[in-house]
Design a protein around this ligand. Structure first.
Ligand code: BDR
Ligand code: CA
Length: 454
């Protein structure tokens, strides 16, 4: 498993890395619902689309991919089209959009984008022909021809905004947008560029502002809710145990085999898709939100503002209820027959103290869940001190304002977790490895392994 190596500095990990009837409160649907999916072709988008395709009371009319998120265009659309072919899905038009945001130049790191373009190399047939039009036109055509439609938006809103600019009243025909994006009472996940913003909104803030400026009802599924559904080894165990259940489970198992679990992933888009089919898995509150379009520390944030618009915000989610819906679709049963997943170790920052529960010393490899219940980023650091140096030296170095990685500290990992998050990571250990809980650049607590305080 890749273990992330970072200098002993404040560089915290990018933890990035979605009942109908308008604002109706009914939590399940009474009849088939027409749905369009717009996304960005990432690991979770694909599983969210599979989830929706498996819903008996949903008809997916079109799938559009943005070229401004994680996947590139046309690769993201070709991948989705190839997945549809592999699972023998109905003939659904798929299109890709523009490759630059409507304004600005925010972009995910190429290494992430390229890794997404071939879906980890999973076995796929040739894609079906893409729609003969671009994503905004396909959105407009499909919405205009429908008699009330739900849009599940799982990536930057570039395509949707471009369609609105071409036809300002277009979204009047959309009953609800279920939007994976934003962060309201918790930090964003663009920690090394803008801690206030979540990726989908950050990638094209102006597009988000255009959509927020319409009257379309929006149910936002922000990090506040997705923090409840981290990706854990359970996903791999459950899908692998039921890989022969269907074409969807077989593909998902192959996909998971091809894309080993790294840390810090969440079921972001899958949660938005599940909430679009059953809102009872979430706690939803009305909030007044505006998109921060200006640059600077808040760029791309979803801010509470009297000048904002009413948005239905999923402020929390029920992980078990989510998993029941998700696995029912992907492997045909919510009862996977597996025991509930537990990490090998857990590190919890409660805002005043770090507590660690798990093996000490650290075994060679363990799965750690890091629960940040505070308001500041907290990190788990593992490494080994040179003889004669102690944690007091590390604290003195940080207190001096130095950001260097001292030669007397051989670091293995520094895993930063944002307030409200519950990241799951694989961590290398060893009997000579000291594990530290690390906060706000100066405070360290030795939590496992050799104790090297004065
Ligand atoms: C969002 O960013 C994308 O990479 C994911 O697919 C998800 O939609 C999470 O911030
Ligand atoms: Ca996405």
């Amino acid at each position: 498993m890749p273990v992330l190596r970072y200098a002993l500095t404040a560089v915290l990990l990018v933890a990035v890395v979605a009942g109908c009837g308008g604002s109706g409160s009914d939590s399940s649907r009474s009849s088939a619902t027409q749905v369009i999916v717009d996304g960005d072709g990432a690991f979770d988008d694909v599983k969210a689309i599979l989830y929706l395709l498996e819903q008996p009371d949903i008809e997916v009319l079109a799938i559009t991919m943005s070229g401004t998120g994680i996947g590139h265009c046309p690769a993201a659309a070709e991948n989705v089209s190839a997945v549809l072919e592999r699972i023998e899905a109905p003939d659904i038009p798929v299109a890709c959009g523009r490759t630059t945001p409507l304004e600005g130049n925010n972009e995910a790191p190429e290494v992430w984008r390229n890794a997404t373009d071939n879906l980890g190399g999973v076995d796929l047939p040739d894609p079906r022909a893409l729609a003969g039009v671009g994503a905004p036109a396909l959105l407009a055509e499909t919405i205009s021809a429908s008699d009330g439609i739900v849009l599940v938006a799982l990536g930057p809103l570039t395509n949707v905004a471009e369609a609105v600019e071409a036809e300002p009243g277009l979204l009047d025909r959309v009953e609800m947008i279920y939007l994976m994006g934003g962060a309201v009472d918790v930090p964003g996940n663009m920690i090394d560029v803008n801690p206030a913003a979540e990726f989908n909104i950050w990638a094209d803030p102006h597009a988000a502002a255009i959509v927020f400026d319409t009257d379309v009802p929006i149910t936002l599924v922000p990090l506040d809710a997705t923090n409840a559904v981290p990706v854990t080894p359970y996903l791999y165990e459950a899908v692998s145990a039921h890989r022969d259940a269907s074409a969807v489970s077989q593909f998902t198992a192959d996909y998971l085999d091809a894309t080993p679990l790294i840390g810090g992933l969440y079921h972001w888009d899958e949660l938005a898709a599940v909430i679009a089919t059953d809102e009872s898995v979430a706690t939803i509150e009305d909030r007044n939100l505006a998109i921060e379009e200006e640059g600077g520390a808040q760029a791309g944030a979803t801010l509470e503002s009297p000048a904002g618009r009413v948005v239905r915000v999923a402020v929390d989610a029920d992980r078990e209820a989510f998993e029941d819906h998700f696995y029912q679709a992907i492997i045909g049963t919510g009862d996977t027959g597996l025991p509930a997943w537990e990490p090998d170790a857990s590190l919890t920052w409660d805002g005043t103290a770090c507590s660690y529960a798990g093996p000490d010393p650290l075994p060679d490899l363990l799965v750690v869940q890091i629960n940040n219940l505070g308001v500041d980023p907290v990190a788990l650091i593992t490494g080994a001190y040179a003889p004669g140096t102690t944690t007091a030296d590390a604290e003195a170095l940080r207190a001096s304002g130095s950001t260097e990685t001292p030669e007397w500290w051989k670091q293995q990992a520094l895993i930063g977790v944002l307030a409200g998050a519950h990241d799951v990571w694989f961590v290398e250990g060893g009997s000579d490895i000291t594990a530290l809980c690390y906060l706000d650049n100066t405070r360290f607590w030795e939590i496992a392994g050799p104790r090297l305080t004065d």
